[in-house]
Design a protein around this ligand. Structure first.
Ligand SMILES: Cc1cc2nc3c(=O)[nH]c(=O)nc-3n(C[C@H](O)[C@H](O)[C@H](O)COP(=O)(O)OP(=O)(O)OC[C@H]3O[C@@H](n4cnc5c(N)ncnc54)[C@H](O)[C@@H]3O)c2cc1C
Length: 495
């Protein structure tokens, strides 16, 4: 227990981008900091890079791009020349053909072939002439806008793979907000007769989308470097320290207990999932707060890395697999992110991504079964033969995506209110730490604000960082559409 008036000491829970950015900033301010990480071997959280026999791969490919200049500069400050600038190529694969992504009308129609393209146009015209009145579901809304056939090729399968919910059960609101201005006729017209303004806008969008930065050795290199800097300053990350109990007394957290010891502090930052944080409070949080935290949901993720005895398999960084005949959702080609992700340029490492729920059939399959499935699906898609795969490894990632259901905001609100009033020296930052479907830049910005508030006694509110990682004074409670990424939600139950 640290006595009143003593120097600040901050305990950070989680060594992902949020926890490590907080530590980095606190150390710049000369404050001692202890970072507790449950992973026994490595830092980086969802943005770690896993290594297997010299092959390196991400948990999903991690592009480094941000509208927040401070974050961009921080990446350069940490890794300097090790940050590569990469071109992006990612396409959609559907029934043996590759489609440009973002979708381009003519490319799509040409790729579909004259027969299917005619059917798509007919189905589009039918949808326009006889739209479903008052579309409620995602399926009805997109079908009205693009026709049934294009909808089933470009929207249905992938959305269902990612979220694990039928598009008939998803609300139309998400599509209506995200793609409200997109209509097939407008797309065709602007492709035929682009205005000068539209051309310029197109160029800007393309440059934003076509290039991104990436550490030479994968995203984990960024976070390993930060951990090295902290260690050099005498504050090594405590690996293998899963938070078990968070002790509090008289309206303040006093220490955090792990299997390896108890760590006292004056201020505490949590980037671990809200559900875990609340359940580890000792004495326990009031029942309604625990109920709110327990109601938060997550979507999980499996990445299967396959090593292939071929120098070049496809030119993309990644491919979206819309094909309904396979379970795989996306395939990463890590060598195309950085050549140094593979130890031997004569070979390739692909990451096959499967979206799932912890405990479902896929999650519970053995590693051997999963590697066999990935090999079979690669061959089925015609990407490479099973015999070319000489090694494979499975990474299961819990809580990869915080779920935005109808009630998540209300539940997060209950937790926020409780912590703000009852334990003000416990601060939340980051993705699952704040239940935000974000990118690294958002996690980093929220962590910077929390660290600065602690170090300089400022009242910077991490909940005012929007999805672009920009701090907005005027964000109000409940404005999730400004502070989080848009995701589809289930249709609200009838009242
Ligand atoms: C498939 C996928 C693709 C992505 N692509 C991109 C991209 O292209 N670009 C981008 O910028 N972002 C991307 N992201 C998002 C990015 O990974 C996150 O924004 C970022 O990693 C969040 O950082 P964080 O520190 O908030 O959380 P996390 O990375 O989740 O870190 C939390 C840490 O807390 C630890 N922890 C959890 N529980 C405990 C406990 N009880 N005790 C101690 N430690 C604990 C975890 O092990 C972890 O290390 C992607 C994410 C996914 C899933």
């Amino acid at each position: 227990m640290i006595a009143e008036g003593e120097r600040k000491h901050v305990v950070v829970m989680g060594a992902g981008p949020a926890g490590l950015t907080a530590a980095y900033e606190l150390l710049k301010h000369g404050l001692p900091v202890t970072v507790l990480e449950k992973d026994p071997k490595q830092v980086g959280g969802l943005a770690r890079t896993v290594e297997h026999n010299g092959y390196r791969f991400d948990i999903g490919g991690h592009r480094f791009f941000s509208k927040n200049e401070e974050v961009e500069e921080l990446w350069t400050e940490i890794l300097g020349d090790e940050m590569l600038s990469r071109g992006r190529l990612s396409r959609i694969y559907y029934r043996g053909r590759f489609f440009a992504y973002p979708i381009q009308a003519f490319n799509a129609l040409r790729n579909l072939g004259p027969f299917e393209a005619t059917l798509c146009l007919a189905s589009y015209l039918r949808a326009r002439l006889r739209p479903i009145k008052h579309p409620k579901t995602l399926e009805e809304w997109v079908r009205n806008q693009f026709g049934w056939r294009l909808y089933s090729i470009f929207f249905k399968t992938y959305t269902e793979k990612v979220w694990g919910i039928s598009t008939r059960e998803l609300s139309a609101d998400w599509a209506a907000q995200r793609i409200k201005s997109l209509d097939l006729w407008v797309v065709i017209r602007s492709a035929l007769l682009p205005s000068r303004k539209a051309k310029k806008r197109g160029e800007i969008v393309t440059t934003l989308i076509d290039r991104f930065r990436y550490p030479r050795l994968g995203p984990g290199q960024m976070w390993e470097r930060v951990a090295d800097i902290a260690a050099a300053k005498g504050q090594p990350v405590q690996l293998g320290h899963a938070v078990r109990r968070i002790h509090h007394r008289d309206g303040a957290v006093t220490s955090v207990e792990t299997d390896g010891g108890t760590f006292d502090g004056t201020d505490f930052i949590s980037s671990i999932p809200i559900r875990e944080l609340i359940n580890r409070l000792d004495p326990p949080a009031p029942a309604p707060v625990r109920k709110a935290a327990d109601s938060l949901g997550y979507r999980d993720f499996i990445s299967i890395a396959l090593m292939i005895d071929r120098p070049s398999v496809f030119p993309d960084n990644w491919i979206y697999i819309h094909d309904p005949s396979v379970k795989v959702g996306r395939i990463q080609n890590f060598k195309n992110w950085s050549p140094d992700m593979v130890p031997d340029q004569a070979r390739t490492c692909l990451g096959l991504e499967y979206f799932c729920f912890e405990g479902d059939g896929l999650w519970s399959s053995s590693d051997a079964e999963l590697v066999a499935l990935a090999k079979k699906e690669l061959a089925q898609l015609g990407i490479c033969g099973e015999g070319e795969v000489f090694d494979g490894v499975v990474v299961r990632q819990q809580k990869a995506y915080p779920v935005y259901d109808d009630s998540y905001q209300a539940h997060v609100g209950v937790v926020r209110e409780y912590l703000a009033t009852s334990l003000p020296n416990l601060h939340l930052a980051g993705r699952n730490g704040m239940h935000k479907y974000n990118n690294q830049d958002h996690s980093m910005m929220t962590a910077l604000l929390v660290a600065r508030s602690i170090a300089a006694g400022l009242a910077l509110d991490p909940w005012k960082v929007n999805a672009d990682a920009v701090y907005h004074e005027d964000i109000k409670v409940g404005e999730h559409d400004l502070t989080g990424r848009q995701v589809p939600t289930r249709i609200p139950a009838e009242v």
